[in-house]
Design a binder for this molecule. Structure first.
Ligand code: PGA
Length: 236
C-alpha cells in the first residue's frame, strides 16, 4: 500500500483527479467505482475542470456508485446516485446509460445487490475503486463486522455511520439504517484502489498505517492485501 500525504485537501483532490483522469485516457472502457460524501467533492470539481479546460473525455467510462441508501430512489436529493449526478455527471460527457447505482427502492435489497454485482461483473469488474474512509475504518458501507463480504450486499449501518451522516439530513432519525454496498471483495477485485482522506481523518489513517492485522472489525485493513492501493491524505 502506498501512502501519499498532501499539504492540503485541494492538493489531495487534484492528485486523485489526475489519477482517475489517467485511467480514463489510457483504457478503452474503464470501469470505476465512485464514492459519495464530503471528501470526494473536491475531486469531482477537479475532474469537471479537466473536462472543461482539457477536454477530458468521460464518454467511454462506466461508472458505478460504491453504495446507495435503502429506501432512497434516484430522484431523492439525499440519495447517492443523485449526489454523483449533482457533483459530476451533469457537468461532463458521461453516457447516462453507463452510470449505475443500486436501486435503493427495490423491494428486496439483497436481490438488488446480487444483480448489482452481476452488472459490475458483466463489464469485467472494476478497473478503479475510488473510495473515502469512515472514522470507524469503513470502506463503502462495509462496516466493522465479523467477516468481509465477498460481493455487493444489503447492509445495516453502524451507529457511528448514522451519527457521521446525520449532517446530510435534517436529523439523525432521518438517516436510512440500511444500504446496499459493494462488498470488500468487489473492491479488492478492482485492478487499482485510490482512497482519499481529508484532514478530519488523521486518526483513522494513522491506524491504517500502523495496523498489522487484516481485521474485518477495521474494514480498511483489507487494503493491505491489494497489490495496487494508494491512500492519499491531507495534512490540513
Ligand atoms: P465523508 O465520508 O467523505 O463524508 O467523510 C467518507 C466515508 O464515510 O466513507
Amino acid at each position: 500500500m502506498r501512502f501519499i500525504s498532501k499539504a492540503s485537501e485541494k492538493e489531495m483532490s487534484l492528485l486523485a483527479a489526475q489519477m482517475l483522469a489517467a485511467v480514463l485516457k489510457e483504457k478503452q472502457r474503464p470501469v470505476f467505482a465512485l464514492p459519495t460524501g464530503g471528501t470526494p467533492v473536491g475531486t469531482y470539481k477537479a475532474l469537471v475542470k479537466l473536462y472543461q479546460e482539457q477536454n477530458l473525455d468521460f464518454s467511454k467510462g462506466i461508472f458505478f456508485n460504491v453504495d446507495e441508501y435503502g429506501g432512497l430512489g434516484r430522484e431523492n436529493p439525499q440519495g447517492y446516485y443523485y449526489f454523483l449526478h449533482e457533483h459530476l455527471y451533469q457537468y461532463v460527457n458521461v453516457a447516462p446509460k453507463h452510470t449505475f447505482a443500486p436501486d435503493g427502492k427495490a423491494g428486496d435489497l439483497e436481490q438488488e445487490a446480487a444483480e448489482y454485482e452481476a452488472k459490475i461483473d458483466s463489464f469485467g469488474g472494476l478497473d478503479v475503486a475510488f473510495l473515502g474512509i469512515g472514522r470507524n475504518g469503513h470502506i463503502g458501507f462495509n462496516e466493522p463486522a465479523d467477516f468481509f463480504r465477498y460481493a455487493s450486499s444489503s447492509v445495516t449501518l453502524s451507529e457511528d455511520t448514522l451519527r457521521a451522516n446525520a449532517r446530510f439530513f435534517n436529523d439523525q432519525k432521518a438517516v436510512p439504517r440500511h444500504a446496499i454496498s459493494m462488498g470488500a471483495g468487489t473492491i479488492m477485485r478492482a485492478k487499482s484502489i485510490i482512497l482519499i482522506a481529508g484532514s478530519d481523518k488523521k486518526d483513522v489513517i494513522k491506524r491504517l498505517k500502523s495496523c498489522k492485522d487484516i481485521n474485518p472489525q477495521f474494514p480498511a485493513s483489507v487494503l493491505w492485501l491489494h497489490p495496487d492501493a494508494t491512500i492519499i491524505s491531507a495534512e490540513k
